[in-house]
Design a protein around this ligand. Sequence first.
Ligand code: GLY
Length: 372
Amino acid sequence: MSNFKVELKKVVDDSYEIEIGYELEQKLIDDLKAGLVGKISKFVVVTDSNVKELYADKIYKMLEEAGYKTDLISFPAGELSKTRATKEYVEDTMLAKGYRRDCCIIAVGGGVVTDLAGFVAGTYGRGIPFINYATTLLAAADASVGGKTAVDTPLATNLIGLFNQPQKVYLDIATWKTLPARQLSSGMAETIKHACLAEKGVFFDFLEENMEGLLALNPALCEHMAEQNCSIKYHVVMKDERESGLREVLNLGHTVGRAIETVSDYRLLHGEAVSIGLVAQLHLACRLGYVTKEQADRVTALLERAKLPVQIPDYIDREALVRKLYTDKKVKNGQLRFVVQKGIGDIVEFEGGSFATPVTEETAREIIMEMR
Ligand code: GLY
């Protein structure tokens, strides 16, 4: 019998820059020329059918003009495309066009595109670099930052994926002007989530003071909001990239949110579902004494001003929703677990240093029944 020890201790530096600004396409090309991804000269732009004509075609042409080998792969816009089948389509297209390990993916789009393209990059040829060029508020606030990549399955969202950090993230605020109002509001839900869980209420006050200006895309306000979103998120991710503890706080509102998104058959956008999930979490926080009724009303009023739903729509089957809660990744030993806010701008840390508390199915059901 033989026994070998494979020594593979690693020091990994996955640091990357997030650049926030307006019309960053030329900056992307300049960064590539300056060696952002070393000597790589082959780039695959991955995008969706909405973003293709708006922004991705332009980036594709600029890459070609800069002398790079480039292809653009587009799939139908929407959460229903975030599947293993679409991943396979992107991979097979790249293989057919001759891309091997010496290439880089540039994801141009919202959360569906950046989540899916980042996952492709993590497994293509056992891993190639990728860059996120985020064109929605939702991607800027959450999806494109932090290295969570995934696809959905018929059972639930984001169940299959990888932690995989990009080489750089560009948050192009100029692209928000072409977002439909519902999509802008959807991104605002993740923003309000950040304001509920951090900054001791200062960011929440800012959103309360400026919600209409933000929805009207006032440049200085939007830039500040984008910076705050990134700062709150990366401070969490830097401490717990792989969600072994603290990162669970970014799940605020997502226990009910992710479940209702699937049960609605994606009639609800991700942020709309998170908004309903935030209100469900407020019901729980009030019951547990961590949030007063006045504080809960303040958060609900801000969600409404952001044009987000705060009740469970009538078409949702309540019992199906309760059952779907068990697909949540926070479930431990078959028990539902919720992240809960403490007042406005803080999060509850439970005994043993956990950031999610067990909740009985009965309590979850009662809250779901209350929200009509
Ligand atoms: N969207 C939650 C997280 O990135 O952890």
